[in-house]
Design a protein around this ligand. Structure first.
Ligand SMILES: Cc1cc2nc3c(=O)[nH]c(=O)nc-3n(C[C@H](O)[C@H](O)[C@H](O)COP(=O)(O)OP(=O)(O)OC[C@H]3O[C@@H](n4cnc5c(N)ncnc54)[C@H](O)[C@@H]3O)c2cc1C
Length: 417
């Protein structure tokens, strides 16, 4: 079934009785060519690109809950390509290009909106850093405009420009950045993978990884054993637990990150804004809610909910930046489990076990990475070689110390990435 304006019109006039489920609900087969553990954004996009780019359709995605129930459906939906370091820079640039043709490719409305992002800065030093980052973005072929204080005021007149502690000096504007509807991204990739023959198996928790003579042979699940010569661990905040099934200890800490949304308001904020003096980022959803977030909760946890002091901390930052937010009623908050790597950059790599692959370490920024992550992971799994855009995302950099990509220059302090 293809979606089109004509189809919507027809269904609207005939009681919406012709819509089919977006994907099948197959029982697991005893054996596949490849298995993907984790039905989040990265697992689903990997499955989609394995099938669409490499002709591998005898594969299954194994999801312990329901598709899109993890971080992919919990994030604040910001999409951008504004990284400064080699490695990250080309990867997120690649991802943004994939975003820009995603809806046509998937025939699915993921509501990708290039409404722009303004990263504010509040000191001369921060302006220099923003200028350097902007130049790196332009060198990479992406877009960046350095705004002065007046330029920011023209775009965002309601910010607190007179705040004595955090005066706004200007902002780095990235017009091609923006947002997308997060769960639609999971659904679009799931539908695209299913249409190409991939089995999406929900309520199927992987409980063990079978290894013989240094090579993976399959997995144990709550729905029985499944054999495969290629297995990818793509479980974000649960990566440490899943990799432990293969005897691996990952350089990953799992932390809670909360997000918040207010009641629906009339359009007020037509771009994404990030505060430069604290961790706070905000946009307005198409339904009108102000969607915002801040720091992780600062303790390792597998709970998908956060604590009140962090909520207070985030909202204080919001009040410092745009005091009008205090008039809005907070509707909901929730949490996700973040896979925090020591340098704040991800891992897309094979492991020391033949046929076993790893994709993790997305920290605060894995939503925007979903297209490129799946694209590069599929390339690695199908060809055995890393994709050039993800060649630096190696696991062994944490052992050797070579090739670390510490974008924020914060050392291995997870909360600061
Ligand atoms: C509050 C919040 C805000 C965020 N904001 C942004 C943002 O604005 N922009 C941005 O780029 N990024 C953002 N992120 C980060 C981004 O959402 C994540 O990096 C990304 O979604 C993680 O990858 P994923 O989608 O594959 O993870 P998930 O959706 O978590 O997928 C992993 C899946 O693996 C499954 N799984 C785990 N263990 C097993 C097992 N044993 N067997 C089978 N399945 C298993 C889980 O159930 C889960 O569905 C945010 C994250 C959070 C939590």
């Amino acid at each position: 079934m293809r979606f089109s304006a004509l189809k919507i019109l027809k269904e609207g006039l005939t009681g919406n009785r012709g819509w089919a489920p977006h994907w099948r609900d197959p029982a697991p087969k005893p054996e596949y060519d490849a298995l993907i553990i984790g039905g989040g954004g990265h697992g689903l996009s990997t499955a989609y690109y394995l099938a669409s780019q490499h002709g591998m359709s005898n594969i299954a995605v194994l999801e312990k809950g329901y598709l899109g129930g993890g971080n992919i459906g919990r994030n604040t939906t910001i999409v951008r390509a504004n990284y400064g370091l080699p490695g990250n820079s080309e990867f997120y640039s690649h991802s943004l290009k994939l975003w820009e043709r995603l809806e046509e490719e998937l025939n699915y409305n993921v509501m990708h909106s290039q409404r722009g992002i303004v990263n504010l800065f509040h000191s001369d030093g921060a302006r220099d850093a923003a200028a350097r980052r902007g130049n790196a973005m332009i060198n990479q072929g992406d877009d960046a405009i350095l705004l002065d204080r007046a330029g920011v005021r023209r775009m965002l007149p309601f910010l607190d420009f007179d705040n004595a502690r955090f005066p706004i000096y200007g902002g780095l504007y990235h017009p091609r950045g923006g947002t997308a509807r997060h769960d639609a991204v999971a659904w679009g990739y799931a539908r695209g993978a299913d249409q190409r023959g991939v089995d999406l198996i929900q309520n199927c928790e992987v409980t063990g990884i079978d290894i013989e003579n240094g090579a993976v042979t399959g997995v144990q699940t709550t729905r029985g054993p499944i054999r495969a010569k290629k297995v990818a661990m793509i479980t974000a905040g649960r990566s440490g637990q899943v990799a432990a099934m293969a005897g691996m200890r990952l350089p990953i800490e799992s932390h809670v990150l909360q997000a918040f949304v207010t009641e629906g308001l009339k359009p007020v904020l037509d771009t994404v804004v990030t505060f430069g003096m604290g961790h706070f980022y905000i946009s307005q959803s198409d339904k009108g809610g102000l969607v915002f977030g801040g720091d992780i909760d600062m303790y390792a946890s597998y709970a998908q909910r956060g604590n009140l002091p962090t909520a207070e901390h985030v909202i204080e930052a919001g009040m410092a930046l745009m005091p009008m937010i205090g008039r809005a009623k907070l509707l909901r908050s929730w949490g996700g489990i973040m896979d925090m790597s020591p340098d704040g950059s991800p891992i897309i790599d094979r492991t020391h076990i033949d046929g076993l692959f790893l994709n993790t370490g997305w920290c605060y920024g894995g939503f925007k990475a979903v297209p490129a992550s799946g694209h590069c992971m599929a390339h690695l799994m199908a060809t055995g070689r890393p994709h050039e855009a993800a060649a630096r995302f190696r696991l062994d950099r944490f052992e050797t110390g070579q090739g670390l990509m510490d974008e924020e220059a914060t050392g291995s302090q997870h909360n600061l990435h």
